[in-house]
Design a protein around this ligand. Structure first.
Ligand code: GLC
Length: 343
């Protein structure tokens, strides 16, 4: 089929009513193409989003990237606490050595043919005092975007992990608009990843989200039932009371996942965006068989609705990789990558 006709057809199918008038067909297709490359992603959690790398026991190593690639993953998502590595006052400069460290992560990903999502994680002060931190947030993105402007399109920017607290939907939508237009000055064609307020929850605030432009992927997180996935999690109040809660895959349990995913999928279709399930996982204090079943079921539903996904996370408390033994936790890995030849 003639490429022009194909583009018109796909843009009409993917982008029917809510189209951005100025979007070119290539910009409409770009996020769908980029999202394909995120189809089997792993979060490199607990490293660069700790106050300093290593504080939470994990330092990224070169070998992890080839281990991840070899297992069958297609991308890494890198949680990053930029706000701890930048001046508090104007011009809010990010430490050069930290930028170089992130750049090393990007290089490792590229060398191993993995797409890489650079996010902004744990900007806690922005969520508690959005107006006081807005200028700094935008300035951080201006610097990150400019530093990585020549990076290949396998590098994606995710504007903020889990906006919450005072950063409610209206304010978040405004911030997304302003920040996106700043990023677009240096990165006109880069695909951006954005998610709804209230912790990127799959349903609560999704209807309130407005998309800043056409070259974006929607991200949502899935930790339901929370009392199952976060039992015994030291950072969640009273979660020791939930220990012992199992997930066996009953009809009710599975249909909860199904209905949450259908709703997100419908919203995404209506708004012409692809979906990235940017985090899901069950903490290691949960029963092992339950974790495997839940992980398998969530991953399966993501694929059923054509969401790309990113397991939370590689080698810490939810870890699918055992860093002491230098080996994958095979049953959990198989729940994520059942059909990969090496598993
Ligand atoms: C969120 C938090 C991260 C936590 C994870 C699971 O991404 O930012 O620190 O480990 O969810 O609770």
């Amino acid at each position: 089929m003639n490429r022009a006709i194909l583009l018109i057809l796909t843009s009409t199918i993917l982008f029917p009513i809510y189209g951005f008038a100025e979007a070119k067909p290539d910009q409409i297709n770009a996020p769908f193409i980029q999202n394909q490359k995120l189809r089997r992603t792993i979060n490199l959690g607990n490293a660069l989003e700790a106050p300093s790398e290593g504080d939470w026991g994990l330092v990224l190593k070169s070998e992890y990237f080839s281990i991840i690639k070899k297992a069958g993953f297609t991308a890494v998502r890198v949680p990053i606490r930029w706000s701890s590595h930048a001046r508090e006052d104007k011009p809010y400069s990010i430490d050069q050595s930290f930028l170089q460290r992130v750049s090393w992560v990007v290089d490792q990903s590229i060398e191993n043919d993995l797409s890489v999502v650079l996010n902004m994680h744990h900007y806690i002060e922005l969520c508690s005092s959005p107006l006081a931190h807005k200028e700094r947030f935008i300035s951080l993105w201006r610097q990150i975007a400019s530093y990585f402007k020549d990076a290949p399109d396998s590098v994606l920017f995710e504007l903020l992990n889990e906006p919450n607290g005072e950063l409610k939907a209206n304010l978040w939508n405004q911030l997304l608009d302003e920040c996106t237009s700043v990023i677009r000055k240096s990165n006109p064609d880069r695909t951006l990843i954005i998610g709804p307020s209230n912790w990127n929850h799959i349903s609560t605030d999704l209807d309130k989200l407005t998309l800043p432009d056409a070259n974006v992927i929607l991200t949502v997180h899935y930790y339901e039932p929370f009392h199952f996935t976060h039992q015994g999690a030291e950072w969640v109040d009273n979660s020791e009371n939930w220990l012992g809660k199992e997930w066996t895959g009953t009809v009710d349990q599975v249909s909860r996942i199904e209905s949450d995913f259908v709703a997100a999928s419908e919203w995404a279709k209506k708004n012409g965006v692809p979906v990235f399930l940017g985090e899901f996982g069950a903490y290691s204090k949960a029963d092992k068989q339950s974790r495997i079943k839940w992980t398998n079921s969530v991953r399966h539903h993501a694929e059923k609705y054509n969401f790309s996904w990113a397991y939370w996370e590689f080698g810490a408390g939810f870890g699918v990789y055992d860093r002491e033994k230098n080996e994958w936790r095979e049953p959990l890995l198989k729940a994520l990558l059942p059909s990969h030849p090496s598993n």
